[in-house]
Design a binder for this molecule. Structure first.
Ligand code: ZN
Length: 335
C-alpha cells in the first residue's frame, strides 16, 4: 500500500503520478559504493520511495569523508563505522519501511553473482574503472541496466547503459585509463557530486518508469560552467568483448587477487579467509599489539602502518600502494 500523502509532491509531477509511485515501490536497486555518490544516491532513492535497495562498500568512515558523504556524522567517523552500517541506520531513520540489504565487502564477480541477480537496476558509485568494467560485463550478461557516474575535482560525467538497447561502457572506454585521478588524489567539491547524482537519479527514474530515454553521455565542469552531452547509440563496436557479436565478458572471468591496491587511497587490500576476527584478536593479544575493535572490525598498528581487518578476513593496510610491500608485511606478521 503506497502512502500517497508522503509522496504527494512527486505524484503531482506529471511524469510520475500514482502509477509511477506504485512502480517505484516495486523496485530493487543495487548501489555499488557508499562514498560521496553512493550516499547521495541512496538517500534520494529512499526518499523517492524505491522499495528495496542493496548497498555495498568495503570501507569505513573517516573525518575526511564528512565534507561530501552526506549521510554520515562525526559519531560515525569517531567510531570507525563501516559505511554501509552507518548508511543503513541513517536511511532507516529517514524512511522506516524501506528494505535494505547491506554488505561490507569488496565487489568482485562472485559478489555480483550472489547478490545482484534479482536486481532491477545497478547504480555505479565507485571510483575506479576496473569495477565499472566488471559491473558492465555482469549487467550485459544478465540484462540489467546500469548507470555510470564519475566525479573528480569540479567535473562530472554520467551515462546510462541498457543491455539490448545501448552500446556498453566497454564500447566507449575500451582501455582502462592508466592515470586514474580520484577524489583522494586531486580533491572534489560537493556541488560536483550532487550534479553527478542528479543526472544518475534522473536516468534511474526514467528507466524505472519506462519513460523515453535517449542514451547520452553527459559531462561538464561545474566550476567553469561547461556542460555537454552526446548521444552514443551509434558507438557500438561489433568486436566489443562485452556486447559485440562474440561476447566473452573478460572482467567477469578475471581471477580475483589476494592483494589489490585501492586507487588513490594509499592502501592495499589483502584477503585471507583463514584470518578470522577470533584468530586475529588472540594473535594481537599474544604479541602485545594494542588494538581497537567494534562489532565489524579490528584496527591496529604494525610498523607505522594502520591495519583494519573486517570479518571474513579482508584487511586494509594503509600507508602503502605496492602489493609486494603488503605481502612482506603480512608475512612478517603472520609468518
Ligand atoms: Zn560494448
Amino acid at each position: 500500500m503506497v502512502d500517497f500523502e508522503r509522496y504527494s509532491r512527486q505524484i503531482l509531477y506529471k511524469n510520475i503520478g500514482q502509477q509511477g509511485q506504485a512502480q517505484l515501490l516495486k523496485q530493487h536497486v543495487l548501489i555499488i559504493g557508499m562514498g560521496a555518490l553512493g550516499t547521495h544516491l541512496a538517500e534520494s532513492l529512499v526518499r523517492t520511495g524505491v522499495g528495496e535497495i542493496t548497498i555495498v562498500d568495503r570501507d569505513y568512515i573517516e573525518f575526511s569523508n564528512l565534507q561530501r558523504q552526506t549521510l554520515f556524522t562525526e559519531q560515525d567517523a569517531s567510531s570507525y563505522m563501516p559505511k554501509v552500517v552507518a548508511a543503513n541506520n541513517h536511511l532507516k531513520a529517514i524512511r522506516s519501511d524501506v528494505v535494505i540489504h547491506q554488505h561490507i565487502a569488496h565487489v568482485d564477480a562472485r559478489f555480483l553473482e550472489l547478490h545482484a541477480t534479482q536486481i532491477d537496476l545497478i547504480l555505479d558509485a565507485t571510483d575506479n574503472f576496473e569495477t565499472r568494467q566488471l559491473i558492465n560485463d555482469f549487467a550485459y550478461l544478465n540484462k540489467v541496466p546500469w548507470i555510470y557516474g564519475g566525479v573528480v575535482q569540479s567535473t562530472y560525467v554520467e551515462a546510462p547503459f541498457i543491455p539490448g538497447e545501448t552500446p556498453c561502457f566497454n564500447c566507449l572506454v575500451p582501455n582502462i585509463p592508466t592515470i586514474n585521478m580520484t577524489c583522494d588524489t586531486v580533491g572534489v567539491i560537493q556541488p560536483a557530486v550532487t550534479m553527478t547524482t542528479s543526472l544518475q537519479m534522473r536516468d534511474a527514474l526514467k528507466i524505472i518508469l519506462d519513460a523515453e530515454l535517449s542514451p547520452k553521455l553527459t559531462y561538464g565542469d561545474l566550476w567553469e560552467g561547461t556542460h555537454h552531452s552526446f548521444g552514443f547509440a551509434k558507438m557500438s563496436r561489433s568486436t566489443c568483448p562485452t556486447c559485440g557479436e562474440n561476447p566473452t565478458y573478460p572482467y567477469l572471468h578475471a581471477t580475483s587477487r589476494d592483494y589489490a591496491t585501492l586507487c588513490g587511497r594509499d592502501t592495499v587490500q589483502y584477503q585471507n579467509n583463514n584470518i578470522t576476527q577470533e584468530i586475529l584478536e588472540s594473535f594481537l593479544i599474544r604479541n602485545h599489539i594494542n588494538y581497537q575493535s567494534n562489532p565489524y572490525m579490528i584496527r591496529f598498528k604494525y610498523k607505522e602502518h594502520q591495519i583494519v581487518s573486517f570479518k571474513g578476513g579482508r584487511m586494509l593496510i594503509h600507508g602503502m600502494t605496492n602489493p609486494n610491500e603488503a605481502k612482506t608485511l603480512i608475512n612478517q606478521l603472520f609468518g
